[in-house]
Design a protein around this ligand. Sequence first.
Ligand SMILES: Cc1ncc(COP(=O)(O)O)c(C=O)c1O
Length: 462
Amino acid sequence: MGRGVGSMKTIIEPFRIKSVEPIRMTTVAERREVLTKCHYNLFAIPSRDVLIDLLTDSGVAAMSAAQWAAIMRGDESYAGSPSFERFEAAVKALMPFKHVIPTHQGRAAEAILFSLLGGAGRVIPSNTHFDTTRGNIEASGAEAVDLLVPGGADPNCIAPFKGNMDLARLADLLRREGPRVPCVMMTITNNAGGGQPASLANIKAVAELAHAHGKPFIIDGCRFAENAWFVKVREPGQAARSIPDIVRDIFSCADGMTMSAKKDAFGNIGGWLALNDDEMAAGARARLILTEGFPTYGGLAGRDLEALAQGLTEIVDEDYLRYRIRANEYVVERLVASGVPVVLPAGGHAVFLDAKQALPHISPLQYPGQALAVALYEEGGVRSCEIGSVMFGKWKDGGEVAAAQELVRLAMPRRVYTQSHADYVIETIVSVYERREKLRGYKIVWQPSALRHFTARFEQLP
Ligand SMILES: Cc1ncc(COP(=O)(O)O)c(C=O)c1O
């Protein structure tokens, strides 16, 4: 993946490939037909018609030989499975919480947490809540508040920790609304912007502030290893520390965490809620039994717990993380060299293209992000995701209001694609960019009442 700063040789994928999945090659003409059939909605495209699938980094990792071997060891006992013991030990080795409660994925952990901490009249701050976190908070009747540092959402602001919490605004909220705040949260890395990290100093300062006000501090830790890598390489004084050491430092200042193990645990499914407080954990387990399953499996099979336990030992490997973070940097560097507008710096799990800058002739309500994402699929069979007015446009006073940004996200599955795949993606983006003046906008001809990006139908404008 290119040489990287200060490195003498190319940073290679630190694995060999033992089992492969074929990619079905298609032509531009075939992809045009697919697009028409799917009404230009990329979520409607069958994955067999996609060459490089960068729709998400969630649940799509390649498992290791050791994970597949661990799966065979899975003990499917309803209660007290040794697979749970191994899973619990692997989590506690990195995140020293007293109670570890497995769930089928991250949002299930969130639903349980906010059944305890949410409720009408409450306010829950974070650097930026992920959509499902916000959704679960709002479904409980509480209000989700994002307090990202200034510049954190600006695609052109280059800073090492664009996922930091704005401490002044958090202090102000706690002072003004203290009694209404049941906990303080932080998402690491911040999914918005492609995985911008938070610094260890910022995480510790947030924990101190929360504790000074008597509030539990909860981390959404989906991409904890990627965040720890950024801390190691970007934060003064952290370079000599091991990744597990940094991870333990991060989580030992928290009172709990939610986790989607579909990200930094190399799982195809899974999650957990971890807590220190005995009473809260008892409440969470009571809820878990109602909605997920018995506390030693919680919505997962024993074999899934085994895969996650093994995945957690692999995700903190420095050779893996060096390659992982370098892969996105490499794509971003090459795109910048070709003049393609991107969000800077590269995030941990995704590359974002700035469609507003790339396609100024398509107005926001003609969905430039959608136009760019459709063109990438047509050109090279690359599936990405619009993060702009299709996803976040709002209705106000009978009219549609555009989102603040028009982005296209290329999320990178873990250990799935190689450098030649990355080169192919770059070539596809650059080819589309070179004929950008010819791209046309879209109109929505059908949409559901909520979350329209998943199922809306589009028509190309003349
Ligand atoms: C930061 C963050 N939190 C929570 C979730 C929800 O996890 P899951 O998809 O496993 O329910 C995600 C998923 O993308 C995420 O990125």
